[in-house]
Structures are given as structure tokens and as C-alpha cells.
Design a protein. Structure first.
Length: 350
């Protein structure tokens, strides 16, 4: 038997689909009455939007009756109708064998899905019942329109496991190696005379078990001199396993930018990555583009490493000193269904 290099890599990682909220489409892609087929997270999903109340439905794509692909069906009112014999399903997976029938022969497999600041987020659970154990937080300054939509960027598919992004947030050592050199935002072109000094930090939320924080204070060093006035802060909040991550960039004396970065596994080692951002009205467009583009250029440096590496848990004997260990203890919760291969913590979290 020949084993592909990708499969060899995959076997070194924890399972590919930790539980969490995942971006499965942009809200604007699914208008009322639309239906489309989405393949990700090891699932085939028929994603549709009700014509009556705009609610999103995410149901197993294969009809509970005889397995027809429901994504080729049609939305009727608030239900998705199968193109073969006309069974109808609502967003809670309740099936009817005829549009007027009151019978509910069964409840079809489905997932909770919501619109979240222009992204359709679906809660993926390893269990069959998909009640999300936590909600994604409101963003009051976007709701109040203090911050307004400024753009999005689809980075396509990246060959990596989703845990890499979380690992990155506790791996302070790589900052001085990978992220020290300034690059022209949105490109990989180095500006070798400008260096970035990082002061990273990582912590857990005191109350919300699924939340962790990565902070970075960055200051520019030009020609060997540190310019304190260039100091900027980024607070990065993991709202789960790295599937949706919120960045808050504070630009002194000007305002705030919020960016969401999402990772959605379409295959075990393939993530669809996208970015969507909002900014205070007074932040000039060029500055927003600089901040976002700078992050994306630095993120690409990590992605270039991730796409060919394997996963190594903390080497034996080094666990106590390895900053990843605490992160692994935190990450363990996203695999609630039993033993987790390859994480360097046991199933009781120790
Ligand atoms: S296969 Fe869908 S209604 Fe029969
Ligand atoms: Fe990094």
C-alpha cells in the first residue's frame, strides 16, 4: 500500500474536526429562497434560507427518504423541498412527507446555523444532537455602527490542521524568527531596515471556558532605533478551537479595527481561510488596509511553514516547560467525545 505524504502528515495530528462554530458561507451568498451544497467538516450539507423569516437551515444533504441531494431542491416558504418525491424539511430537520401533511415521519440530521456579522456560522458537534454549548458574542460597537464594515478577503484553501493556529498563539519563540521583519502589507516583500518588536502574551478567560486570548504589543524599530510612538496593540480572542477568531487592533488616538479570521476544514489538512473586518469611521481606509494587510502578510509566513510540517506533541520530558501544554489542556474540551490522539495531554486533561 502506498501512503500519500498528506496522509502521513494527517496521522500525526489530533482529529481534524474539533467541535465549534465554523464559517460555512458568506451571508450574502445565501439569499432568502436560495439553497446550496456545502462540503466541509466531513459532512455534506444542504444550506438554505427561509423565504418567510430569513432563517438559515443547515441539514444533512441527503434526503431521509431515499437519499436524494436536497441541495438540488427548492425552498418553499420556510422549508426545503426534495426534488424527488417532494418531502419537505424545516431548519430544525423536521420532515414532512407531503407539503400539507401534519405527519413528521422523522427528524433529519441538522446543525444550528446563524448569521454572524456577514458570515454564516454553523455549530459542528461530534455528537448527533447539535445544541451549541455556547453562543458567539455580540459586538456592541458594530451593532451600534460605531464600527462599520470595511472589507473581506478570501485566502482560499491552506494545507494545515486547524490546531496550528492555536499552537501559534502560545509559541512565542517563533515571533522573533518568523515575524520580526516588516513586509509590505499584502505582500511577502521584506523591508529589511524595519523590524518589529513583539511582546506576546496568552491567557484563558476566567469565566468562559471556550475562550482564550492572545495579545501582542508591536513596536517598530527602524535602523536600530525603537520608535515608541509606533506601539500598537492587538488582542486576539479565540472563540473556540480557532474556527473563528476575533482581532481587535487599537490604533492610538485614531480608533479601533475588528477583524474576524475563520478556518473551516474542508478536508483533514485543508482549511478554507477568510477574513472580514470592521473599523471606526474615522480610521482612514489606507490605514485599515495597512493594518489588515500587515497581519495577512505575517500570517502567510506561518502558513508557509504549516503546509508541509507534521505535528509533534510536546517531546517527553519537556512537557512542563513547553508552553503548548497548557494550550493543549484547554484545547482538549473541543473533543468531548472520547480519547484524543496525539495531543500531549491525557483525556482527563492532565
Ligand atoms: S428522496 Fe427525497 S422525497 Fe424521496
Ligand atoms: Fe505566527
Amino acid at each position: 500500500m502506498t501512503v500519500s505524504p498528506t496522509r502521513d502528515r494527517e496521522l500525526t495530528y489530533p482529529p481534524p474536526y474539533p467541535d465549534g462554530w465554523y464559517r460555512i458561507a458568506a451571508s450574502e451568498e445565501i439569499r432568502p429562497g436560495d439553497v446550496r451544497h456545502v462540503q466541509c467538516l466531513g459532512e455534506q450539507i444542504a444550506l438554505f434560507r427561509s423565504k418567510t423569516d430569513g432563517r438559515i437551515g443547515a441539514v444533512d444533504a441527503f434526503c431521509p427518504h431515499q437519499g436524494t441531494n436536497l441541495a438540488y431542491g427548492e425552498v418553499k416558504g420556510d422549508r426545503l423541498q426534495c426534488p424527488f418525491h417532494g418531502w419537505q424539511l424545516d431548519a430544525d430537520g423536521r420532515a414532512r412527507s407531503h407539503p400539507d401533511a401534519e405527519d413528521q415521519p422523522l427528524v433529519h440530521r441538522c446543525w444550528e446555523a446563524i448569521d454572524y456579522y456577514g458570515m454564516i456560522m454553523m455549530y459542528r458537534s461530534s455528537g448527533r444532537v447539535a445544541e451549541a454549548p455556547y453562543r458567539l458574542p455580540c459586538q456592541p460597537n458594530i451593532d451600534s455602527r460605531q464600527l462599520v464594515y470595511r472589507g473581506q478577503y478570501d485566502a482560499g484553501e491552506v494545507d494545515m490542521h486547524i490546531i496550528e493556529f492555536a499552537e501559534n498563539s502560545v509559541d512565542f519563540q517563533h515571533f522573533s524568527n518568523i515575524h520580526r521583519v516588516m513586509r509590505i502589507p499584502w505582500t511577502g516583500i521584506k523591508l529589511p531596515w524595519i523590524r518589529i518588536r513583539h511582546r506576546p502574551s496568552w491567557s484563558l478567560d476566567d469565566e468562559l471556558g471556550h475562550v482564550s486570548y492572545f495579545g501582542d504589543e508591536a513596536t517598530l524599530e527602524i535602523g536600530g532605533r525603537v520608535y515608541e510612538r509606533t506601539r500598537s496593540r492587538a488582542l486576539i480572542t479565540f472563540l473556540g478551537p480557532g474556527s473563528i477568531v476575533r482581532f481587535k487592533f487599537q490604533i492610538p488616538r485614531i480608533g479601533e479595527i475588528i477583524m474576524f479570521q475563520s478556518h473551516t476544514p474542508v478536508e483533514p489538512l485543508k482549511q478554507r481561510v477568510s477574513f472580514r473586518w470592521f473599523a471606526a469611521r474615522r480610521v482612514p481606509r489606507i490605514l485599515v488596509s495597512y493594518v489588515i494587510g500587515n497581519w495577512i502578510s505575517q500570517w502567510r509566513r506561518d502558513a508557509a511553514i504549516w503546509k508541509s510540517k507534521i505535528y509533534r506533541p510536546c517531546p517527553p520530558g519537556t512537557e512542563e516547560a513547553d508552553p503548548r501544554r497548557k494550550m493543549h489542556q484547554w484545547y482538549r474540551q473541543f473533543y468531548p467525545d472520547g480519547p484524543v490522539a496525539n495531543l500531549s495531554v491525557s483525556n482527563d486533561g492532565g
